[in-house]
Design a protein around this ligand. Structure first.
Ligand SMILES: [Zn+2]
Length: 82
């Protein structure tokens, strides 16, 4: 007979102190909505390094193998939408 018993699980603390071997932060590609400047950073910058505006950045990271994965920006997203 099976008894549904939950074994006292030890709460696993999130790995905060022991840092795993240097892991690169995932870098995304960002495109400035103002000037179309594309840069690579973990997070969208507050101000565009190119036009110096606080503009919206679009994540144009490639998420499909077709365009080479996250190491590359997605050419489809870089194209101006029409
Ligand atoms: Zn810009």
């Amino acid at each position: 007979m099976k008894t549904k018993e939950k074994p006292a699980k030890k709460k696993e603390t999130p790995a905060k102190k022991a840092k795993p071997a240097k892991k690169k932060e995932p870098l995304n590609w960002w495109k400035c909505s103002e000037c179309g400047y594309v840069l690579r950073a973990a997070a969208a910058p507050e101000a565009c390094p190119s036009c110096k505006h606080k503009c919206a950045f679009t994540d144009v990271t490639c998420y499909t193998p077709e365009c080479g994965g996250p190491d590359n920006p997605d050419p489809q997203l870089l194209k101006p939408k029409r």
